[in-house]
Design a protein around this ligand. Sequence first.
Ligand SMILES: NC(=O)c1ccc[n+]([C@@H]2O[C@H](COP(=O)([O-])OP(=O)(O)OC[C@H]3O[C@@H](n4cnc5c(N)ncnc54)[C@H](OP(=O)(O)O)[C@@H]3O)[C@@H](O)[C@H]2O)c1
Length: 329
Amino acid sequence: MRTRAFRRANLQVSEIGLGTWQLGGDWGEVGDEQAREVLHAALDAGVTFLDTADVYGDGRSERLVGAVVAERGDHDRVTIATKVGRRADPHVASAYTPEALRGWVGRSLDNLGVERIDLLQLHCPPTEVYADDEVFGALDDLVTDGLLSAYGVSVETCEEALSAIGRPGVTSVQIILNAFRQKPLEEVLPAAHEAGVGIIARVPLASGLLSGRYDLDTSFPADDHRTYNRTGAAFDVGETFAGVPYEVGVRAAQEVSSLAGSGLTAAQLALRWILDHEAVTTVIPGARSVEQVEGNVAASDLPPLDPALHEELRAIYDHHIRPHVHHRW
Ligand SMILES: NC(=O)c1ccc[n+]([C@@H]2O[C@H](COP(=O)([O-])OP(=O)(O)OC[C@H]3O[C@@H](n4cnc5c(N)ncnc54)[C@H](OP(=O)(O)O)[C@@H]3O)[C@@H](O)[C@H]2O)c1
């Protein structure tokens, strides 16, 4: 497993990490044993970056991550990134007070079973928060007080990413980047690279679409966001299938899959495409089985894609996907 740096924090992590939203909830049933197996498989395979959030299963994901890392004695080797903010109800900018931030951090420390959070991310805060010096001052204070090693922001839009990159204390920006979300290549990745801000590429498989396994008849459980958030009824629709209408995505994913060949699955092609951008620090696919983890981790050992493949993926994006997503996020 290759590693890359969060340069502002002087921190090296595996270039393939693990997203753990599905270990909390919102993806149908994932039992405790299954969740633990997925975490162990990732850590066994050299993953040293885990992404979670306080709202994933109302803390279940954080508790599972913290417990597995602790029982393996892996806290010195593994970076756990969590997120806060989405517990605010209503989720409005005025909820991001220094007191609220400290309270959310305290709860995540308890869930993770640690005394200091390696990387705390604001969890797609309202846009006004990016301009609020008090919020970033409060995050600096939490670092000074030893409760955080570093902080970053998980963002919805490229404009928000650029605002976050402009904040000197921000170590990382987490953004949707995949073959169906190519806009961050234009300004966000160059700006992050220039500023030394790490990019965490989330939703790298477009919620599984880019694995090429789904067709128009595929159905997902009722408690899976791929059923209940398809039109954005519960949260930003961009988080489900990367905001691509399902039928459009299935068709485009079939074209992507046809580019994968022997020795390269469609999911690996999708992950490799992301890794080929040097501004990316780590890619965090979610996985619900040991096989998925192992397949995803193997993308790190593959050579960069041929430039012609990059061009073909660009053409698929331009033809099918761009009109649906490019202007929105
Ligand atoms: N606002 C935010 O900050 C935010 C929002 C979204 C996600 N995230 C983070 O990003 C992480 C990743 O995003 P995501 O989980 O939403 O989407 P994703 O990684 O694009 O997709 C995950 C899904 O892809 C499929 N998959 C994974 N590995 C596979 C493989 N090797 N072969 C075939 N299929 C495979 C699985 O689908 P099946 O379930 O069909 O098997 C899995 O549930 C999350 O876990 C979370 O940590 C953060």
